[in-house]
Unconditional design. Structure first.
Lengths: 841, 136
């Protein structure tokens, strides 16, 4: 084809298919077609717009369809959902659907692929599924309910994804693969063996080197078993066929467009078919006869056609078929000539059965050029290695392959990469592109993502983006806010070492301005941690966030909730009755919390002292639910009652809660004690958790629920109670001294140089010589504790701030009103003007 | 008192409380003719803005933290921490959002706020649809 490309001037553009590549093509075209030369119509077979098929399995991890959505509405594009193209009339230049006809000046086929179902008897039985669309997954999920066993035909990438899905659905899962190893396309024999060990340890049965010869129905007519070529039979309630994909080229064949020898719509390197007005991109296209079943080459084709349709001359650059994924929790990566098919090539192999890492590099015959490789178990070297394919090795091979805990190897490798090397292969972003963006002012990973799209698809290059930022000298500021250049830890040391007791002195000597809602509560917390008395005295009152200021938790309607301390979750009937009476008399909404106590909602500020008067008189004290402080120490009932319990978990939980109550910290602190290994108190989801053993206590640290749940790590075993308390004392005080603002213990340990081992050396071995100081600080806290609510009630000055209106203290806030829901008062729903935008900080 | 002279019927300084009732860098709420007003004392300056948080609709602005951003004296909303310029009421984090601000002064040891009664402030100065029963 020569001369001016036909159709490059614009007109009607019809796109058949709204998968990932079809969507990317439309976005790429629309971004470049600033003059609006093309009117775009997209015909989509599925009923929902483009979604992230690569992350399809996330659907079973709890993601919903919206999270996978890739489609952004565009007024310049007509999207016809659920309207499959049924034919192409090339003479009249129209695409037909069941609904009508669409005339085109240019036609882009992005029809993708369809699952290959082997021609064996029984694949049409009920209970047999393919694994391709969200609808497929929804059908699998519905069918799996109440069933026990599932089998996947196909042990490749898709098959293992499907196997993981069945596992997550609670099925006893088997994988049947014709090749002698799992993922035969991506990994070699040794890598496959390592992968098999991982997969089988997860309880997934593997049947390798056998074919499925038939699927059999059970008495109800639905699938009940598989016959295998080795004569065995596998009973199963559900079958997923994941034996590969085939290009969806039927529409093109019917229109008599040329197809590749092994299927796929034949296109030249400009992605044009043998009809000059028709193009094909993605898995349905065979570029010079070769089909690609990965998203990155499809995206590259999308960019080529978008460019061509606007008069450009881009050509398909060849495909990077490198793959990195996490399958069943195992990192697997393969890139370049993974199987060593280049004549004369050399292998470097690293196998560590202990850490179960397998890695192989394929080098050129002179051992100077990296040709490809396979990584199983640890793929942290993948981004650097993949980007080095075709060039010199970025370091000594073993240094690159050995588990990159320090990251030093990877960083060195990154520096050696040429600027043209692709850092993000999903979106074809080179190292030079990243460095240009950094030079242009991108100062963090989100900015780089927004600017270059790097890291926005599979995300495997995000560590490299961070390293590139580091190596470009971009330092993330540790300044607390515009008023202090110091970090929280530095401020803590300044306050402690210089004996500063007021915010005004601190900001005058070490900061600027008047402070803000970030630094004031931080300093208030530091002052409180260092034992500067009642948190609302004098100037400290002006530093506190509203919760600490009113010693209660503010709610959406401006009322507060009240949480009395119930140590260890143990409470007498008399005290329960008092809480009930208080709730009834003040008409408070009552709810049991996750921390084994009772939350009373809907109190107005002027009611708080009245409520607390009743509670304090009955022997309650503040639960500090409003503070960045110790919240609760949950417990199970322990050996006192439980036939399995081996220690008194309630007694220990109460002792710990009373010891650390009121301790102000960078973030809330939660704890729990379980009386045996059954762990009914969920101690491993806490900042510090204790689990009884026959010989004492095991201590776990760094767990949390919340936004990013994390299990605590085992810190020490079989401790006496005295040892346990000493460890926790030091752990908490070290955390309070050195953590960042709003950094929970998990993030604090993760960010610590040397991590858990370092923490252990500080606490157990006193490697920093801090232990005596930490012990003394905790002793001061324990000795000086005083209940904030009791103190507040004893002082008329302090009570004065619990007023509705300064000029009308007898008038309750008229904006607060309640309705009744399930027998309890709840806030009247008010129309909200602006929604709930969070302020980005 | 030129304002009083020009429009004696429509505006008036209203005494709210004793000056020493205001804690430094902390707010109080006041109820003035059915309007909820948040009063603050920052150094020698006094500020008065609407008590209603425009983002959430809750009447809580008097409980926010006082501070500064550059040279601007600020108030952070207690629920979601949007920051406002105390002098003008303008939100520094969200475009188009503002608090009504009221003239305020100290006289003879009393804090006084100037209320404009020429029209309900809610009609003239609030964003529409604020959900108050008297807002239409």
């Amino acid at each position: 084809m020569s001369g001016e490309p036909v159709g490059a001037t614009g007109g009607e553009l019809v796109v058949v298919g709204n998968g990932m590549v079809g969507q990317r093509f439309v976005e790429a075209l629309r971004a470049r077609d600033t003059g609006g030369r093309w009117r775009v119509t997209v015909l989509a077979e599925e009923s929902r717009p483009a979604y992230d098929r690569v992350r399809l399995s996330a659907f079973f991890d709890g993601a919903d369809a919206d999270e996978l959505n890739l489609h952004t509405p565009d007024d310049g594009v007509t999207l016809r959902l659920g309207e499959a193209a049924t034919g192409i009339d090339r003479d009249r230049r129209v695409v037909t659907t069941a609904v009508g006809e669409y005339r085109y000046d240019a036609l882009v086929l992005a029809t993708g692929s369809y699952p290959f179902v082997p021609p064996v008897p029984g694949t049409g039985l009920p209970g047999v599924f393919v694994y391709r669309t969200l609808d497929d997954l929804a059908a699998i999920r519905a069918y799996a309910a109440g069933r026990r066993t599932g089998a996947v035909i196909g042990g490749g990438l898709l098959g293992l994804e499907a196997a993981n899905a069945l596992r997550l659905l609670g099925l006893d899962t088997h994988v049947v693969e014709f090749a002698p190893r799992l993922m035969p396309v991506q990994v070699d024999e040794a890598g496959g063996a390592m992968l098999r060990r991982y997969v089988e340890e997860l309880g997934v049965g593997t049947h390798l080197g056998v074919a499925t010869t038939a699927l059999h129905p059970g008495a109800d007519g639905a699938v009940a078993g598989l016959s295998l070529s080795d004569g065995n039979r596998l009973d199963t309630d559900l079958v997923v066929v994941a034996a590969g994909i085939r290009p969806q080229d039927g529409l093109a064949r019917a229109a008599e467009l040329a197809v590749g020898a092994r299927g796929g719509i034949l296109v030249d390197p400009s992605c044009r078919t043998d009809d000059e007005r028709i193009w094909a991109v993605g898995e349905c296209a065979a570029v010079d006869g070769v089909c690609y079943g990965l998203v990155a080459p499809g995206y590259a084709m999308a960019e080529v056609v978008a460019d061509r349709l606007l008069g450009g001359s881009a050509v398909f650059p060849g495909a990077d078929t490198a793959t990195k994924l996490k399958l069943l929790g195992v990192d697997v990566a393969s890139f370049g000539d993974a199987h060593g098919t280049t004549p004369g090539c050399l292998d470097v192999t690293f196998v560590d059965p202990a850490t179960r890492v397998y890695a192989k590099l394929v080098l050129s015959d002179d051992a100077k050029t990296l040709l490809g490789g396979v990584l199983v178990g640890d793929a942290s070297a993948y981004p650097t290695l993949r980007a080095s394919v075709g060039g010199p090795l970025p370091g000594p091979p073993l240094g690159l392959l050995a588990p990159a805990d320090s990251g030093a190897g990877a960083a060195a490798g990154l520096a050696a990469l040429p600027g043209t090397a692709q850092v993000c292969s999903c979106n074809a972003v080179t190292k030079d592109d990243i460095l240009t963006a950094i030079g242009g002012g991108c100062a963090d990973v989100p900015a780089l993502k927004a600017c270059t799209r790097a890291g926005t698809s599979c995300g495997s290059c995000v560590p490299m983006l961070k390293q590139l930022l580091d190596s470009a000298g971009v330092v993330q500021s540790t300044a607390l806010c515009e008023h202090f250049d110091a970090s929280r830890q530095e401020l803590f040391d300044i306050v402690r070492v210089r004996g500063i007791t007021s915010f005004s002195r601190l900001i005058a000597e070490h900061g600027r301005g008047r402070g803000c809602d970030i630094c004031k509560p931080v300093v208030a917390s530091i002052l409180a941690s260092l034992g500067n008395g009642y948190v609302l005295d004098g100037e400290q009152a002006s530093l506190q966030d509203t919760n600490d200021h009113f010693l209660a938790n503010i709610q959406r309607d401006g009322t507060y909730s009240v949480v009395p301390r119930i140590p260890g979750g143990e409470i007498t009937p008399e005290k329960l009755i008092v809480i009930g009476e208080v709730a009834r008399d003040f008409q408070l909404y009552t709810k049991i919390t996750g921390g084994q106590r009772i939350d009373l909602f809907g109190a107005r500020v002027e009611q708080l002292p009245q409520i607390w008067r009743r509670l304090v008189d009955a022997g309650f004290e503040s639960g500090h639910a409003y503070g960045k402080a110790l919240r609760t120490v949950k417990s199970c009932v322990g050996e006192t009652w439980c036939r399995y319990g081996v220690q008194d978990s309630v007694g220990l939980a109460i002792a710990l809660e009373l010891r650390y109550r009121g301790l102000r910290a960078p973030h809330k602190i939660k704890s729990a004690v379980s009386g045996c290994a059954r762990e009914c108190a969920e101690a491993r989801s806490k900042d510090f958790g204790v689990i009884a053993t026959d010989n004492g206590w095991n201590l776990y640290v760094g767990g949390n629920g919340g936004f990013r749940p994390r299990h605590a790590d085992l810190f020490a075993t079989d401790l006496t109670t005295e040892e346990l308390v000493r460890h926790v004392d030091r752990f908490l005080m070290f955390y309070i001294r050195t953590a960042d603002r709003l950094q929970r213990t998990a993030a604090w340990i993760e960010a610590m140089d040397g991590g858990l081992d370092h923490l252990r050396s500080v606490i157990v071995d006193d490697s920093l010589g801090l232990a005596a100081e930490l012990d003394a600080a905790m002793a001061r806290h324990v000795g000086s504790y005083s209940d904030e609510w009791r103190d507040t009630l004893a002082d008329p000055d302090r009570l004065r701030r619990f007023t509705s209106f300064v000029n009308a203290p007898e008038v309750p806030d008229p904006s607060i009103s309640f309705t009744v829901e399930r027998g309890q008062p709840v806030p009247e729903r008010r129309p909200v003007v602006l929604g709930m935008p969070e302020v980005a900080r | 008192m030129s304002t009083d002279v020009l429009a004696p019927v429509l505006t008036a300084w209203t005494a709210v409380c004793r000056y020493d009732r205001l804690e430094p860098d902390r707010g109080v709420a006041a109820l003035l003719d059915g309007e909820q007003v948040a009063l603050f004392r920052c150094g020698d300056e006094l500020y008065a803005v609407q008590n209603r948080d425009p983002v959430t609709g809750a009447y809580v602005m008097s409980r926010g933290i006082i501070g500064s951003r550059g040279d601007v004296p600020t108030l952070a909303a207690p629920l979601h921490k949007q920051v406002y310029d105390l002098r003008t009421g303008r939100c520094l984090d969200l475009p188009g959002v503002a608090l009504v601000s009221y003239p305020v002064r100290e006289r003879d040891g009393l804090v006084e706020v100037l209320l404009d009664r020429s029209a309900p402030p809610s009609l003239l100065r609030r964003p529409p649809g604020n959900g108050r029963p008297d807002g239409r």
